[in-house]
Each structure stands twice: as structure tokens, then as C-alpha cells.
Ligand binder design. Structure first.
Ligand code: PEP
Ligand code: MN
Length: 365
């Protein structure tokens, strides 16, 4: 665990409480669109307003944002409802334009986080400023790169920092636009327990229908807020039309969420939880012992294979194991997918141990 000296939301001087919910359009398109959307979203449990001013688009010739002209639109909409505003910055010019316009919070977008040079330039630009900076995860599932970007901003002296989880772009087919891979933000939370993490379900989901369950999941995982894109008329949005909700749709999602707390002082609950956790601890240790025994057997097999000149892998045997174990797992109510991932990992380690025995060298598989 690492400790960052961070200033909590409530001391950012922006009227925030424990959580930060952010909403507003993906892109600022016109003064009226920004104002109407923001008057709508501000009726709900929203603490900060957003609008993309400079848009990083995958292909050229699509709408790349209105540019600096949109900054006063956002700022005056914020004033109209009495809420702070945030924008994405991707270079030094964006930082200075945003600060000049009185933007209250900056965020670094997923594409920018992938580039340490760009992040460092932004860090150098905000050095000495008292401006909060939020850092989205990089598009690729690389926790170290995300942490690296957070460290660059921290080393520039910024103490008002939050991470934003917006999912990861991967090759695997999924119902999500960007796979949540929750284990990555969970590991970030484990390493930096006092770093607030906000979930951006809009860019994870890519479609409105999935926003509610993903938002709820982030609450269940003790995230510190949400960033949800809203548009007065999503069908006409110039970017991310499918994932934006109307201000009313945003209200429905927010009202449906069940808030939970990371701890409780009810002694009965605490006792019950402690008992169950003891059981989990014991089971984990049993699992480790069984795994270690299984690996010892794998090594023995390695010796026999070596003596008889036999390959480590026999595809039919492996296929048989996968089918048999998945059948048993499913019969016991375990998920097919998760069991398959566990088997793959166990097999990978068995092969590594056998390769070591057979070649007396450590092998990367
Ligand atoms: C956005 O928030 O509109 C955006 C461009 O997001 P990301 O950087 O997560 O793709
Ligand atoms: Mn967007």
C-alpha cells in the first residue's frame, strides 16, 4: 500500500461532499445545447458539470469539438446552476485555455494517459497551480501506465487528484464498448487506498441500457462517484450518441441506485462478518495447500516424462481435463468462464513447473 497526501473532495473548495457525480454532454455543440442539458442534469444528484471541448476522435473528419469557444458556454451554464465545471485537456494549450476560462477541474482523457510525454507536459503546465486533476485510465489495460500518469500529476505538486475508470479497449468480444476489467481499478484501490476513483459507465457501456447496472456495480465496489454523459437530445449528439442519456434518463438511473457503505458499526453485523471472513481465510489457505500439492504431482509427472522422452503437453489429456472440470464446476454453481480462467492459470503453472524439471531452466510460457 502506498500513501498519497491527497486532499479529499470536501476540501477542494468546490462545495463537494463525500462523493462526486459528474454529468453533462460528451461534447459542447452549441451554447443552447450546453445550457439546456445542464439545466436538466442539475435537477438531479450532480455535483460537477462536464462538456468535451476538444474531442479526441478515432478518425479525422468527425466532429473534433467546438474548441475554446465552448468554454464560456460551459462556465455560464455552471454559474446558472451554481456548480463547478470540468473539461478534458490533452495538451498545454488546452490547460491554459481552460484555466483562463475559469474551469474548476481538469481531466486527462484515456488516449492521453497512454502517452507519458503528453501527461508530463500537462503535469509541467499545472505545476504550482491549485487545480484539481482527474486521470482516466489508459485505453489499454495497463495499470502501471495509469499509476505513472497519476504520479506525474502528483509530482507536479497537485494534491486534488481523482482517478476515473472508463474501461479498457481489448480485442475480445463483449457487450461493452470498453471492458470494465474491474480487477484493474480494484488493484489501484488496494495500492492507493485514499485515491478516490470515479466510474465513467458511459464510456464503459457504449450504450444507454447498460448504464444502470454498471453504475450500481461501481457503488457496490465502493467507488467515489460517477461520470455519466447526458444530452438534451441524445439521438442528435455529434459524438457518442448511443451512450448519452437525456437529463430525465440520468435522473432515473441516479434515483434507482442503492447506496452502500464500506463499513458499519453494528456489532452484530461486525461479528457475523468476522466469522464468515475466518471461514474464507481458512478456505483460501486450503486452496493454496491443495494447489501446492497439485504442483508437486505435476513435477513428478515431469520427471517421468523426461525419463521417457515425452512432451509436456498432450492436447487430448488437457482437453479431457477442461471438459471434466468445467462440468463439475458448473454442476456446483460456478461460472464456466471464471472456472476456465482458473484452469488456464493452474495449467500454465503446471507447464512451467514441468518445463523446469525437464529442462532444468526457468521457462516463460
Ligand atoms: C469523454 O469523456 O468524452 C472521453 C473522450 O472519454 P475517454 O477519454 O474516456 O475516451
Ligand atoms: Mn464521450
Amino acid at each position: 500500500m502506498n500513501h498519497l497526501e491527497l486532499i479529499p473532495f470536501k476540501d477542494w473548495g468546490l462545495g463537494l461532499g463525500e462523493r462526486m457525480n459528474i454529468s453533462g454532454p460528451c461534447s459542447a455543440e452549441s451554447e443552447e445545447q450546453v445550457m439546456e442539458t445542464i439545466l436538466g442534469v442539475a435537477k438531479h444528484d450532480i455535483h460537477v458539470l462536464r462538456a468535451g471541448i476538444w474531442k479526441p476522435r478515432t478518425r479525422p473528419n468527425s466532429f473534433e469539438g467546438i474548441g475554446s469557444e465552448g468554454l464560456p458556454w460551459l462556465k455560464s451554464a455552471g454559474k446558472a446552476v451554481g456548480l463547478p465545471v470540468c473539461v478534458e485537456v490533452a495538451n498545454v494549450k488546452h490547460v491554459f485555455e481552460a484555466i483562463k476560462a475559469g474551469v474548476d477541474i481538469l481531466w486527462i482523457g484515456a488516449r492521453t494517459t497512454t502517452n507519458p510525454f503528453a501527461v508530463q507536459e500537462i503535469a509541467d503546465a499545472v505545476k504550482g497551480m491549485d487545480i484539481p486533476v482527474m486521470i482516466k485510465n489508459p485505453v489499454n489495460p495497463d495499470l502501471e501506465l495509469w499509476i505513472g500518469a497519476i504520479e506525474r500529476i502528483y509530482q507536479a505538486g497537485i494534491r486534488k487528484i481523482a482517478a476515473i475508470h472508463r474501461g479498457f479497449s481489448t480485442n475480445s468480444k463483449s457487450k461493452y464498448r470498453n471492458q470494465p476489467q474491474w480487477e484493474i481499478p480494484i488493484e489501484l484501490k488496494r495500492r492507493y487506498p485514499n485515491l478516490p476513483i470515479i466510474c465513467d459507465p458511459s464510456h464503459i457501456c457504449g450504450t444507454r441500457d447498460l448504464l444502470q447496472p454498471v453504475s450500481q456495480k461501481s457503488i457496490d465496489l465502493d467507488f467515489d462517484g460517477l461520470m455519466i454523459e447526458a444530452h438534451r437530445n441524445p439521438a442528435e449528439a455529434l459524438s457518442d450518441a448511443k451512450q448519452q442519456v437525456t437529463p430525465e434518463g440520468l435522473g432515473k438511473i441516479l434515483n434507482s441506485l442503492i447506496m452502500r457503505h464500506p463499513d458499519s458499526d453494528d456489532p452484530q453485523f461486525i461479528n457475523q462478518l468476522a466469522l464468515l471472513r475466518e471461514e474464507i481465510d481458512a478456505k483460501d489457505h486450503q486452496l493454496i495447500e491443495i494447489l501446492a500439492e497439485r504442483m508437486k504431482i505435476a513435477k513428478k509427472i515431469g520427471h517421468y516424462k523426461k525419463m521417457n522422452g515425452i512432451t509436456i503437453l498432450q492436447a487430448e489429456r488437457w482437453d479431457e481435463i477442461v471438459r471434466d472440470r468445467l462440468d463439475s464446476a458448473v454442476a456446483l454453481g460456478l461460472s464456466d468462464d471464471i472456472m476456465n480462467s482458473i484452469l488456464q492459470l493452474v495449467h500454465k503453472e503446471s507447464i512451467r513447473q514441468q518445463a523446469y524439471v525437464m529442462n532444468s531452466v526457468e521457462e516463460e510460457i
